[in-house]
Ligand binder design. Structure first.
Ligand code: NAP
Ligand code: GLV
Length: 287
């Protein structure tokens, strides 16, 4: 977009001249200085951090990142971990450390129930890919959905039925007041014994001590955690050395500049042409 002047913070010049801000993890109150904003673009899909800013300008649309490479990255990551658990890799890792040779038969994919919390841009793509591999896919969302090859559940009333048969649980929810702490002891107790957890949403979805207890009792056999309440994870956090926790440094799906720049440019072009912006966040629901 050669017609646009791009300014890189901190060399933003007069803040009143700025039409659009593209931001990620900015300091609270930072956006207040831009008095003529037409839109705020989040460099990530999740806008929980942005919405918590007490100095967030009122009435300015917030556009979240809905980008093909982010969707593809998450799809790859979720498939990798589901296959890892489905093909019993944690057990082979234990066997290898003990020098044991022991083939383990996995269940048929059609008998393996994979549950995805959140059927939005990311969750529904992962659900379709897993269904394409033959898994018994179940999904949970706030409002009812109908997705080919996916058994759909909606609302808090259907959460126990969704969890009750979910052997591999993937969290792809946005962080909102309704979903904070949703990965907790009450909900873990509704999973089958020996379930697997993959949290690729936000650290605050998880009650950390409840996971440690669920791992101790075997309710959860192994967890993949990409996101944490405090990032980077503190050096002395018990997750680092837990034998049944895999830690990834918030990298399941990283925004890719090449495609994300095109996505943002297309949305700015829409605004300049007087067309409605896409992927605008609903400040009421928080996503
Ligand atoms: P999205 O398109 O907004 O989809 C959100 C989904 O969650 C929707 O299906 C929504 O239900 C459901 N949901 C929201 N509140 C709910 C509730 N209270 N109960 C049940 N379901 C609820 O979001 P997305 O683009 O898929 O991204 C999801 C999240 O992934 C982001 O918010 C971000 O935190 C996380 N993320 C993580 C990474 C990473 O690298 N780890 C990368 C990108 C994104 P409805 O369909 O009924 O509205
Ligand atoms: C990353 O966590 C994102 O929300 O895009």
């Amino acid at each position: 977009m050669p017609m646009l002047e791009i300014r890189l913070w901190p060399d933003a010049g007069d803040p009143a001249e700025i039409d659009y801000v593209l931001a990620w993890n900015h300091p609270d109150g930072f956006l207040m200085r831009f008095s003529n904003l037409r839109a705020i673009y989040s460099m990530g899909a999740g806008v929980d951090r942005l919405l918590k800013d007490p100095g967030l300008p009122e009435g300015v649309p917030i556009v979240r990142m809905v980008d093909p490479s982010l969707v593809a990255g998450m799809n790859e990551f979720v498939l990798m971990r589901v296959l890892h658990y489905h093909r019993r890799m944690p057990e082979y890792e234990v066997q290898q450390r003990a020098g044991l040779w022991g083939p383990l038969r996995p269940p048929l994919a059609e008998d393996r129930k994979v549950g995805i919390m959140g059927l939005g841009q990311l969750g529904r793509t992962c659900a379709a890919s897993l269904a394409g591999l033959g898994f018994a896919v179940r999904g949970w969302s706030r409002t009812p959905k109908s997705l080919s090859g996916v058994q759909c559940f909606a609302g808090i009333a259907q959460l126990p039925a969704f969890l009750g048969e979910t052997e591999i649980l993937i969290c792809l929810l946005p962080l909102t007041p309704e979903t904070e702490g949703i990965l907790n002891a009450t909900h873990f107790a509704q999973l089958p014994q020996g379930a697997f957890l993959v949290n690729v949403a936000r650290g605050a979805h998880l009650v950390e001590e409840d996971l440690i207890f669920a791992l101790e009792t075997g309710r959860i056999a192994h967890a993949t955690l990409d996101v944490f309440r405090a990032e980077p994870l503190a050096a002395d956090h018990p997750f680092w050395t837990h034998p049944r926790v895999a830690i990834i440094p918030h990298a399941a799906a990283l925004t890719q500049p090449r495609t994300a720049a095109r996505t943002v440019a297309a949305n700015i072009a829409r605004d300049r042409a007087g067309e409605p912006l896409q992927d605008v966040v609903d400040r009421q629901t928080g996503y």
